[in-house]
Ligand binder design. Sequence first.
Ligand code: GDP
Ligand code: MG
Length: 360
Amino acid sequence: MLRAGLIGLPSTGKTTLLRLLSQSGEHGGQPGGRLESQVGVARVPDPRLDVLTTLFKPKRHVPATVELTELAGHGGAKALLDVSGFRNADALLHVLRLFQDERVPHAAGDVDPARDLRRMEDELILADLAVAERRLERIRQDLKKGKSRELDEEARIIERCRATLEDGQPLRALSLDPEDTKRLRGFSFLSAKPLLVVLNLDESDVADPAGAIERAELTEALSGAATETVPVCAKIELEIAQLPPEDCAAFLEDLGLADSGLDRVIRASYRLLGYISFFTVGEDECRAWSIPRETSAQDAAGEIHSDIARGFIRAEVVSYEALTDRDGSYPACREHGEVRLEGKDYKVRDGDIINFRFAT
Ligand SMILES: Nc1nc2c(ncn2[C@@H]2O[C@H](COP(=O)(O)OP(=O)(O)O)[C@@H](O)[C@H]2O)c(=O)[nH]1
Ligand SMILES: [Mg+2]
């Protein structure tokens, strides 16, 4: 499951966004509060799962999910990020306040998103710099006890990280070879994580996000590597999401929005991370699973259960298009040679419908 951490200064709309994405109307904690840590689960909207559900009429249908966490106690005056809380996150969602509202004082004074974006980036960089320096110190001590090629390699890449951070650049700007990527994985550097900037717009700007970005002088700051931007209007969208479903579309359209905040934020996250979905189908359950692009069949099996990965024999694969074209009939797909048997190294494609054969 994809894990996303919500970051941002107080009173920018993190909790509101969390509730919008997890479609939960409950109000945990105080508005703008700093003390609450909250977790929400967002279901990934996917019309393909709906089609499969109509074809197979399973007892259950289970969408892929994204787990969202808002951590307590960061983003204050000292703005210390609790690194450990985000260690597991696959991506960070930075909620940036563009909305003006006198009733909601902004902790940092005026509404100035360019400043806030830089400030949060600096927080990530500082937290990472501390980690890099601590590790370099340890390596230096270990090298006194005995040389090793791997320690030298690690020192080299961490030194490169340190220099990048010292220069005020996030680590996501670095291009690394796979070996170095592996060496750095254990450090869970925050500024290396893909970043989705969620622009929490003023109601009056919803129809013109490009204009709002320009007026806030954010264009250049948002052009960085491994970042995506998505505009929302968290408060109004949450109000709309709580209306009966048949009214939602009309209200969104009135605002100038083509689809829901949930759709837009999740789609942007998938683009950012390069995630794709595969499906499992049957009478009991139709289910969507998210995996990074280029995931092997065996690793995809592990997403379902480690036993299936361990006992992996073959993946029986048919594309979503082929199976739905034949009204969900496996025999018809087989007859036309559309069901393939793939080995453990097969790279799963978006929309594959997979039946894993495994030994227990
Ligand atoms: N006007 C307006 N107010 C918002 C918007 N998003 C959030 N708020 C309000 O800002 C306050 C703080 O929001 P909250 O989500 O708790 O912020 P957090 O501190 O970042 O978690 C609440 O009163 C929200 O209703 C928005 O898009 N427009
Ligand atoms: Mg909050």
